[in-house]
Each structure stands twice: as C-alpha cells, then as structure tokens.
Design a protein around this ligand. Structure first.
Ligand code: ADP
Ligand code: MG
Length: 350
C-alpha cells in the first residue's frame, strides 16, 4: 500500500504519509523483537482507500470486529454525505424544495457549518455549491468536456452557485436559491475524523488514519515517538520534500497534479475558483494544512489552493493556521511555511 501511495503521481495521494514511517517500523521490529504490536487495516471507501496503522491496541479489542465497525462508520458517513448515493441525506436535501428546512444528522450539520465558516473566511474561495462548475469542467460525474467551456456557459452557472444561499440552524438545513451541495473537498477529512473518534472511543490512543491522502495521527508511532510524515515533492513521485512531526492533529494536502487533464498543452485541474468559474491557474503546486480536525485541514487545504500562495499565507497568518506551501519555480519548488507550521518542521527539531 505504501509503495502505491508514493509511486503514483496522478491518482495516488500526494501526501505519502508512511514513507518515513515504514523505515521506522522496520527498525523497531528488527531491533527489539515484537513487544509493540502494530496492526494495519485497509479497505475501500469514498472512491479511494483507507489505510490505518494502530500501535499497542489494548487487550480485548478484536481485530475483525474493529474493522467491521470502521467499515460501518465509513458507510454511515457516505450515507450522510455522498453525492453518489441517490438517497443519501445530502442528496435528499439537494432534491428538496427551495426554502423548505430539512432535518439533517448532527454530523452533516457539523460538516456544513464548518464548510460555511471556511467559505466566509476564504471570501468565497471554498464553496460547497461549486458542483455544477466542477461538472462543466469535467471533474464530476460527467465526462471530460469535448471542448473547453465558453464564457457564456461559465457565467450562467456562476449565477446559480453560492454558499450564501445556504442556512443551517441547529440541525435544520435550508437554501434560499436552488443551489446543490457537494462535500467532496471536505468529506474525506471528516471520514478520517470519524474513524479516529471511533478508535479513541475504544481506548486506542496510538494511530494513523489515512483516507486518500488526508490523515490524522494520535499518540505515538511504533517506535514510541511522534508520528513522522513526509510531504511529497510534486512530480518527482517518490521524493519526500519535507518531513514533519505531528501527533493528535489532522493533516491534509491539496495539489494541482493529482486530478487533471491537458488540452492543447494547457492543464486543467479539479479545483475550481468559484470567483472566476474556471480551474485554478497559478504556481502553487501543493498546500498542506495541519489542524485540530482533519475536516478543517481538508477544507482549508482546498480553500488556500484556490487562493494562491500570497493570499494563502496572508490568511494563514490572520487565522493562525499551520500551512506549508510548495510553489513552482523555474528550477524546482520553493517552500513557504506559515508561523504556526514552524513547530512541525522536522529540521526545527523536537
Ligand atoms: P484536494 O485534495 O486537491 O483539495 P479534495 O479531494 O479535497 O482535493 O477536493 C477536490 C474536490 O472538491 C473537487 O473534485 C471538487 O468536487 C470540489 N471542489 C473543487 N473546487 C472547489 C472549491 N472551490 N470549493 C469547494 N469544493 C471544490
Ligand atoms: Mg480538500
């Protein structure tokens, strides 16, 4: 699993979480026998896969039963938030009448509240109603467009979208215009949080949970130290650009090279700037965010990716967000980190 994560440049997670970790595990197992138990659980979810590493699982936790519970939790997340399940809670809202309040689960309410906060904080760069534009550009259920969308098509759809039309009041969700919600940019992170919460409930303190490149760590790694994660250098595939050390936080990366197509020498990426209606075009190659929850890290990674390097760093300082950017230069990549990210940089030593 780790090899796949690291080597795939187009579809694999660009945050190759376990690259350094693998080396550490091998050293521990070789050096001091089998006194630390390490479990690895993996399975399909959300059009990608989960990879979970558990260290020193308490007695009484049964492995098969635990994995069944994790699968059930992720199924529940999908049943609440997927746009691919016609009768998911989210799709039922998307079909409800405009103005009509719809009762939603506490989890869906929480993710929407978080999404609206990121929408406001990013001045609309992050917008969960952007789906029709994502489809127009060929990154939704519709296929890649035969021809690049024209200005009139884009304008027509831009007029329909906007999270300002959404209202969440406790567990009641409503909309003042016929906008539709797509949580693709934050649901994976939330899925990671749900699995992490389940593990903690069962007394499992040391874990790394990853879904499609978004992850959360708890406690310590198999060598009893803070988890070490490698931020991959875009395009080089297997090279770790920057090692970081992080425990009990969510980590997410948004990059422009994981999901894109090229047409007439131009690259079109799956992150859409709702303010222009077109795929983002700038020299920001990847954005990594560390936050209290993985949902927050995931959402902000997408938001800051839309904003571009300068605006992203400015917002990171304003909100005290831990953010690491890789910016393309003519000769390679430039690293930029916000103040709140400094403690996680391995070279700073901890
Ligand atoms: P990344 O890891 O690159 O941020 P995510 O998987 O988190 O990618 O989110 C990408 C998905 O989010 C897209 O495929 C699209 O469905 C949706 N999306 C695209 N642009 C935006 C945006 N500006 N705001 C919110 N969601 C977006
Ligand atoms: Mg995201």
């Amino acid at each position: 699993m780790i090899g796949r994560d690291i080597t795939s440049t187009k579809t694999g997670p660009l945050l190759s979480a376990l690259f350094l970790f693998v080396l550490v595990v091998l050293a521990v197992l070789a050096g001091c026998g089998q006194d630390k138990t390490v479990w690895k659980l993996t399975g399909p979810t959300m059009g990608t896969a989960y990879h979970i590493t558990l260290v020193d699982v308490p007695e009484g936790v049964e492995r098969a039963e635990l994995q069944t519970a994790i699968d059930a939790e992720l199924d529940a997340v999908n049943q609440e938030m997927s746009t691919y399940i016609p009768d998911s809670e989210l799709m039922r809202f998307n079909r409800a009448s405009v103005g009509e309040p719809v009762d939603v689960s506490a989890h869906l309410a929480e993710v929407i509240e978080r999404s609206l906060e990121i929408y406001r904080n990013s001045s609309g760069a992050f917008d969960v109603t952007v789906g029709p534009l994502v489809n127009l550009w060929g990154f939704g259920p519709d296929l890649e467009p035969e021809v690049i969308p024209d200005a009139a098509q884009i304008r027509a759809l831009r007029e329909q979208i906007g999270s300002d039309a959404l209202r969440i009041d406790g567990q009641q969700l409503s909309r003042s215009r016929p906008v539709e919600i797509d949580l693709s940019a934050i649901a994976k992170g939330h899925g990671v949080d749900r699995v992490a919460d389940l593990l903690v409930q069962r007394g499992i303190a040391n874990f790394l949970v990853e879904i499609g490149g978004e992850l959360r760590t708890g406690g310590v790694n198999p060598s009893g130290k803070t988890w070490r994660i490698g931020i991959e250098r875009p395009s080089a595939g297997q090279v770790v650009q920057q090692p970081i050390q992080v425990s009990d936080r969510g980590v997410a990366t948004s990059g422009d090279y994981r999901n894109y197509y090229e047409r007439d020498g131009k690259r079109y990426a799956h992150i859409i700037d709702p303010r222009t209606g077109a795929p983002v075009e700038h020299r920001l190659a990847s954005v990594t965010v560390i936050a209290g929850t993985c949902a927050e890290a995931d959402g902000y990674a997408t938001a800051l990716n839309v904003m571009g390097a300068e605006a992203a760093l400015q917002l990171a300082e304003e909100l005290q967000l831990a953010v690491f950017l890789l910016v393309k230069t003519d000769s390679g990549f430039e690293e930029r980190a916000s103040s709140a990210f400094q403690p996680y940089l391995e070279s700073q030593g901890r």
